[in-house]
Design a protein around this ligand. Sequence first.
Ligand SMILES: *Cc1c(COP(=O)(O)O)cnc(C)c1O
Length: 440
Amino acid sequence: MGLRTQTQRRASCVVKFVSTRGHAVSQSATECLLKSLAEDGGLYVPEHFPKLDLARFSPDMSMAEFGAELLLPFFKETELESHIRSICEAAFNFSIPLVETKVGRNLFVLELFHGATAAFKDVGARFLSHSLAHLGQSGTVIVATSGDTGGAVASAFANRPGFRVVILYPRDKISKRQEKQLTSWGPSVRAFSVNGTFDDCQRMVKTALADSALSKQHKFISANSISIGRLLPQVIYHARASLQYRARTKKSATLIVPTGNLGNAVAALWAKKMLFPIDRVILATNANRTLYDYFESGRFEVRTARSTLANAMDVSAPSNFERLAHLYPDFETLKKDVMVFTVLDSEIEAAISSGVQTYGHVWCPHTATAVASLEKAQSTTHQIDAVLVATAHPAKFETVVEPLIGNTVQVPPLLAETLRGSSVSVDLEPDFTSFKRALG
Ligand SMILES: *Cc1c(COP(=O)(O)O)cnc(C)c1O
């Protein structure tokens, strides 16, 4: 292909983002990085998906190479276009391997937990942080966390000049090691321990972001999983893993994704939409059954969040649901591409207990929901060619995991480093007025 045609072809697929609710002006990806919600209260989604030339992608490419190729159409003609490669190189500074299990050659594990805070949230948080730095931004990154987002965001922004971080987390509903990752960064990261649920934290953050005076005063930047800056980079590892899986098995993978706010699973579906070889996406949820019931009844009914062993998924109102519904306006098509299972704590425990013997892996409680979902899916369908998406390292949840496997879990060096810091947090009631006062 000549240079000229290539340029034309690429220029023709500049992707704008529109609101799921359809009443906001379209924006470029770079503009979306600086916003949270669209003006009409919806979430940004690509207006169309770029027609990628899949021949340009190889399973052997690094995350940075693969990522730059995949994301370029989204950042074309924006300030970040010429930086996307170096942003990917800086952001993806850890390995994301597709690892075999001992049950047979068609079941693999995508290990997303080798970054600084040992959960997949490092991917999006680091990409967002490097992108904002390239844009010369500064301000207060505000985030509600069900366990892992806060740590990843704190780690990605803590030493960046011009940035502060505000984290809200539900008290006593996250693991001690997760809490340490939120609270031990020094004065540039303020952690609020909220006497409530993750949904309370999420609501308070949304209210803060919607309060334009407060937003202006603190220069708020959202880093929740609704942020395009977190969602887009997550597409990369699903896409890359699907090609690696096909190279190794000659099959298209079903991706089994531990799901809370639906960010990771929507990213997987976006990769499928861009024609990477993904057969289906299975949403593995814990006892919070909003999505499960929705697939059964077609009705989206939010209940109070329940605390489970897979605490980073204790979400009753998944914030990316609008994106899922927007991607699949037809319920029957949705049910063809996507399945959902709900997994009880007892089933999480059983999956962890038998993990080493059956699969040769130690599972974290979140990844265990994917394993239990696979087993449920296999009991009805003959054989599933699957990738289990491993969202966190088991060492973050040692008090759950170690008694079940009867062994200690080795702590990765970067996690060990964070755990050595001292912890500071501020107690908060779950109402916006208290939060506003505490922010000062
Ligand atoms: C955040 C998180 C999830 C849920 O991911 P969503 O994108 O919110 O669906 C699953 N597992 C772990 C370990 C997490 O930190």
